[in-house]
Write a protein that binds this ligand. Structure first.
Ligand code: NI
Ligand code: MN
Length: 231
């Protein structure tokens, strides 16, 4: 599986299918791609905040691909003309042959629609299984000990984990999250996009390396792809 970081919490997972998570592209001055260049088979949105819903409506309308999210976000996307598929926390949905398990996240969720804030249900994370590889995108979240349970149940090989602090976990909490989940590979996200979430990913890599030498921490450049091969 190829994992391409598109900046912030946006990732494209590419295998048999292309899955785009949290496509915050046009609003991100650091984005390495243009919205028109993205042609996913499925979009997943973890919560209603603008830096996660991002350009999902536009991409979904242009490509006709489905957008998977929690019920409340899904109703909003549907009303905006996207081919929205709803699910909820704790369940696994199979959409066009892609299996997605929705997990809790400790955060908030609301949607800003033309200056008005509408409820966005609960924020979530997802475990996506593609070509036998499971990727846990935590969404925006603080640390919670049930991550240990998620690790035990779903055994994700790859974990995409926020380190920016301020709105989400910071480096200390993210290292603890790796300890709970025990993935084989971890990629930091949700940092350095804005001044308040400035962090040094090398510090995360060093601390994780001291505590959990068995976890490979990979720090991609924005726009860079990495290949995850099952060992
Ligand atoms: Ni958020
Ligand atoms: Mn965010």
């Amino acid at each position: 599986m190829k994992i391409r970081w598109l900046g912030h919490s946006a990732f494209m997972l590419e295998g048999r299918k292309k899955i785009l998570i949290d496509p915050f592209i046009s609003g991100n001055p650091l984005s390495p791609v243009k919205v028109e260049e993205l042609n996913p088979d499925l979009i997943i949105v973890t919560h209603g905040h603008g830096d996660h819903i991002g350009d999902s409506i536009e991409i979904a309308k242009r490509t006709g691909c489905k957008v998977l999210s929690i019920l409340e976000v899904s109703k909003f996307l549907l009303a905006k003309g996207a081919n929205a598929v709803e699910m909820n926390i704790g369940g696994t949905a199979t959409v066009d042959g892609i299996s997605v398990t929705m997990t809790p996240a400790m955060h908030s969720s609301s949607i800003y629609d033309n200056g008005v804030s509408v409820p966005g249900g609960c924020p979530v994370g997802v475990v996506v299984e593609l070509d036998g590889i499971r990727v846990y995108h935590t969404g925006d979240t603080g640390l919670f000990s049930d991550m240990e349970l998620l690790g035990e149940l779903y055994k994700p090989q790859v974990m995409l984990v926020p380190i920016g602090s301020w709105y989400t976990m910071g480096i200390t909490e993210a290292v603890k999250a790796l300890e709970f989940v025990r993935p084989k590979m971890a990629i930091p996200m949700h940092y350095n996009t804005f001044p308040v979430i400035r962090q040094d990913p090398e510090e995360f890599k060093t601390l994780a390396g001291q505590k959990l030498p068995e976890v490979e921490v990979v720090i991609p450049e924005i726009g860079e792809s990495m290949e995850y091969l099952e060992k």
